[in-house]
Design a binder for this molecule. Sequence first.
Ligand SMILES: [Mn+2]
Length: 409
Amino acid sequence: MVSFLHTADWQIGMKASRVADVAERVRKARLDTAKQLIRIASQLQVDFVLIAGDLFENNLVHNEAAHRVAEALSACSPIPVYVLPGNHDPLTADSIYSRSAFTDFLPPNVHILRTSEPVTPVPGVVLLPAPVMSKESYNDPTGQFQIPEDIQEDTIVVGIAHGSLRIPGKFQENDFPIALDAAQRLGLDYLALGHWHSFYVHNDMRTVYAGTHEPTGFDGQCSASAAHVTIKARGSSPDIERLDTGTLTWQTLEVSVAGDPDQVVSRVKHEVDKAQDPSSTLLRLVLKGHAESDDLRWLEELEDWLRTSLLYMEIDKSRFITRPVGRRLRQLAAGNLFLQSIISDLADIACLLGQPIEDLPEDLVSAGGSGSSLIDDSLQDSLDRWRIEAEDVEEALRTLASIAEEVLS
Ligand SMILES: [Mn+2]
């Protein structure tokens, strides 16, 4: 029997420039959670630890970050740790894995997988590495695996690679594509993968992404996880336990503004109050719809409240229309026949989509959209084909207003 911890994509030294004000905190969380994971490895008394690529954000990370990683990995000594270079930190000429400021500090229990040469982490187990040598590749990394010819029948075979499983729609040809049947075809007991940031067990029940240990952004796909794997014997199904890790929460909240702003405020506050630890939460609030009044003090107050309650917040207002834009559109339509017809057509489309633009005067909107020459079957087809929604029309009107403003002023 063998047990090991499978993790990946620590991306130590991540810039986090989108959340620049708290980037240092984000970097610290990645290192702290890494240390926590190493402590868990010790507690579980695993036989070894696998880091399946992208340990570092890139090959240019500061020496200090490299030292701290070396120190963190030494904490589970004598448990061996195997580090696979990934596409963020490939084995190129400038590799962090060749920099003496890192290698000189490497504790004896840490091994960088520099070649495809099979490794024996513990007796009875062979580890097949596929180190990454470039930023991108059309080749399946598992093609590098070298299965020893003299392998004993009962030796447990574990592969470690970094790339994208060839799941239709989820991979790109130049992004280290990995055959879906690689583990089965090569007779692996387990294939430890990195690159995708969410925990995923393929349907062969042995090809696994551990996920990143700490979310990397607002993309809801990050899982903050690792895998604790136990394999009883060669050929037996691995027991895969998902470990939930991570300290920061990256949340995206979409809220439609329509009618009473107090409802929006209480909805947002309710969501924030539900957060386990608001001071560790990064929120991206997406406002949609339009305000009934040009008095937006409620929004300023909400922003202030969010700023003091949360670690970080940003508000995306690109799909939010305030009434002054509607008023401006009315003025534009009154002064320019061409703009009037465009606004009128867009207003008709909004009617057709079931969400009339409320603050436009009635004479700009044909009856229910039916009176316009623009509305016919081919337009309906286009709206369906391009999945155009009422919000897109509102956005178009807003853009139109700002362009016209610039051109006509
Ligand atoms: Mn990667």
